[in-house]
Design a protein around this ligand. Structure first.
Ligand code: NAG
Length: 292
């Protein structure tokens, strides 16, 4: 969740260049928490393009996350659209703690984010069956929340160094300084039945499928501690009704272990030995997971 101040200021020098490829969209629909919408549409847009919603870390912005990741360059090859929204409150963290933020259509950040997607589907004739979400740290926490609150919007997700949906429920904030520290410290441990009940209660009565998920974490993460990977996998294996099947070492690279559930089509984790906060974004693996 932390990015050093000098790093943020250093990056500001590049923001003009990034702004050139991100377009600010103002009237995308109801925006109850005043989020900023930034979009990248490649020169060679695919027919019925896919959409990736890419969510920044705390203290970040959409522009910064565009700079830190390779989605824009990759979209020129693959023709998908990337939305890089910005949160402007609570140290620019995403709202993953409040009752409204953990509900559907209740006025949280999640509702504004989904309205950005609806706008983009309509404006660019995008494929509603190819909408994906990814993010790092706070962005991974919001990925988990979007999967639970808007499972019908997203086909798949990937995310880095986050927590299960509802881990911060009831916390006074969602930033490293405003939040109840027990979640990030890996002290919110629940049974699978409890995590599943909590996620299902975020969209009561829904009986359809949930997004496929690939979630990454480092063993040396001191900010969002590694038990949070196990809790996410516990939650989403329960949601998908799949069980742990095997670990595959040194995949996709040395020191990373792939944790496979079921046949590996619905849920996988990666635990990165000695990697801290956050695990570097692996765009190629993520695009493979999305089928792009
Ligand atoms: C698979 O890897 C996870 C994460 O490191 C670990 O907790 C689990 O014990 C491993 N399971 C087996 C059967 O090796």
């Amino acid at each position: 969740m932390h990015i050093s101040t000098s790093f943020v200021f250093g990056v500001a020098a590049f923001s003009a260049a990034v702004n050139a490829v991100l377009t600010r969209v103002n009237d995308f629909g109801s925006n109850p928490t005043n989020l900023q919408m930034n979009i990248n549409v490649p020169a060679k847009l695919a027919d019925k393009p896919a959409i990736i919603l890419a969510l920044h870390l705390c203290a970040g912005t959409g522009e910064l996350y565009a700079l830190l990741t390779k989605y824009n360059a990759l979209s020129e090859e693959k023709g998908f659209i990337t939305i890089f929204p910005s949160s402007k409150k609570d140290l620019n963290c995403w709202e993953v703690n409040t009752a409204k933020g953990l509900s559907r259509d209740a006025g949280g950040d999640n509702q504004g984010l989904v309205n950005m997607i609806k706008y983009t589907i309509q404006k660019y004739n995008a494929d509603p069956t190819k909408v994906f979400v990814t993010g790092s740290s706070s962005g991974c926490m919001m990925t988990n929340v979007l999967m639970a609150t808007y499972p019908d919007v997203f086909a798949a997700s990937t995310c880095y160094s986050g927590v299960a949906a509802g881990c911060l429920a009831g916390s006074p904030g969602a930033s490293p300084i405003s939040s109840d520290p027990r979640c990030a410290n890996g002290q919110i441990i629940k049974t699978q039945a409890e995590w599943v009940a909590q996620a299902k209660a975020m969209y009561p009565g829904y009986n359809g499928p949930y997004p496929r998920m690939l979630t990454w974490h480092g063993t040396a993460d001191l900010l969002v501690k590694p038990p949070n990977l196990g809790e996410q996998l516990k939650q989403w294996s329960g949601m998908h009704g799949v069980e742990f099947s095997k670990n595959v070492t040194n995949t996709p690279q040395s020191g990373y272990t792939q944790i496979v559930y079921g046949d590996g089509s619905k849920l996988m984790g990666y635990i990165a030995e000695g990697v801290g906060h956050t695990v570097p974004v692996h765009e190629a693996e993520d695009l493979k997971w999305f089928g792009l």
